[in-house]
Ligand binder design. Structure first.
Ligand code: ATP
Ligand code: MG
Length: 258
């Protein structure tokens, strides 16, 4: 079966900086891929190529075997790929339901469509259902997002992406600023996404988080892919050695999951 996402030989430079060198990435259905590497390794750039923020200098992207060309995040979102940012994408002064439906508000029509009203009740019900499905504990969808904790915000952002029928959710450092109990909830959320047939790419410097939820771990170093490992067949020591280059260029464990 074709993988959900295949990125082939992606290269991207910013002036003299070669951020990505011939990088391949595969993401399968119902898979959590941990994407790791040192600062500046190219992780965020690779995800920005996948979401149409940047156009690659070279390389191709395939979704279910079909070549795609994303010119903007709008294109990738339409294809079911969502990037979750912890704060940026949410409107703090809006309530939870408002955020989940931001940009695609439900309306009620009267007089044969002559008058349209926002369907607040419908949006609140739908938002509550969505969060319940993801087993997110937020007391009320009427709470303003600015009153929520970092982990709860993360959950609302994921809920929003699910509302857009995402097939792939990308999370860039979702747990970096969170307390221990909140981290656990975000990791639960990632597992729940998988149960709902959503694949996840998780970028994190927290190796324990990566090992807790990933099926596979991909390592970038200085813009190159230096490892692609099945989680159950590797160790933190091995992954850290690949990140730092302690094992030299020779070690390249590429394991494809069927
Ligand atoms: N818009 C840009 N303009 C110029 N250089 C950039 C730009 N974006 C990224 N880079 C450079 O590309 C390289 C890869 O950066 P990237 O942000 O992808 O790293 P990263 O792996 O996400 O690092 P971190 O873990 O610190 O977030 C770095 O050398 C960075 O300085
Ligand atoms: Mg980054």
């Amino acid at each position: 079966m074709e993988p959900l996402v295949r990125m082939k030989k992606i290269s991207k430079s910013f002036g003299p900086v070669q951020a990505l060198r011939q990088v391949d990435l595969t993401l399968h259905q119902r898979e959590v891929l941990g994407l790791v590497g040192d600062n500046g390794a190219g992780k965020s750039t690779l995800m920005k190529v996948l979401t149409g923020v940047y156009r690659p200098d070279e390389g191709e992207i395939y979704l279910n075997g079909q070549r795609v060309r994303f010119n903007s995040p709008y294109d990738s979102r339409n294809a079911g790929i969502e990037m979750v940012y912890q704060d940026l994408a949410l409107a703090g002064n809006l309530h939870v339901a408002g955020n989940i439906f931001l940009g695609r508000e439900l309306t009620k029509k009267y007089l044969g469509g002559l008058i349209k009203f926002l369907d607040h009740k419908g949006m609140a019900q739908e938002a509550a259902r969505l969060l319940e499905r993801l087993r997110v504990e937020i007391q009320s969808v009427d709470l303003k997002v600015e009153t929520l904790s970092g982990g709860q915000r993360q959950a609302v952002a994921v809920g929003r992406s699910m509302g857009f029928n995402a097939r792939v959710v990308i999370m860039d450092e979702p747990t970096a600023a969170l307390a221990v109990t909140e981290v656990a909830k975000v990791l639960d959320l990632i597992r729940n996404l998988k149960e709902h047939d959503v694949s996840v790419i998780l970028i994190s410097h927290r190796m324990q988080d990566i090992f807790e939820v990933s099926d596979r771990i991909m390592v970038l170093r200085q813009g190159r892919k230096v490892g692609d490992l099945v989680r159950s067949q590797t160790t933190m020591d091995e992954v850290v050695a690949l990140i730092t280059g302690a094992q030299g260029e020779a070690l390249q464990t590429v394991t494809e999951v069927a």
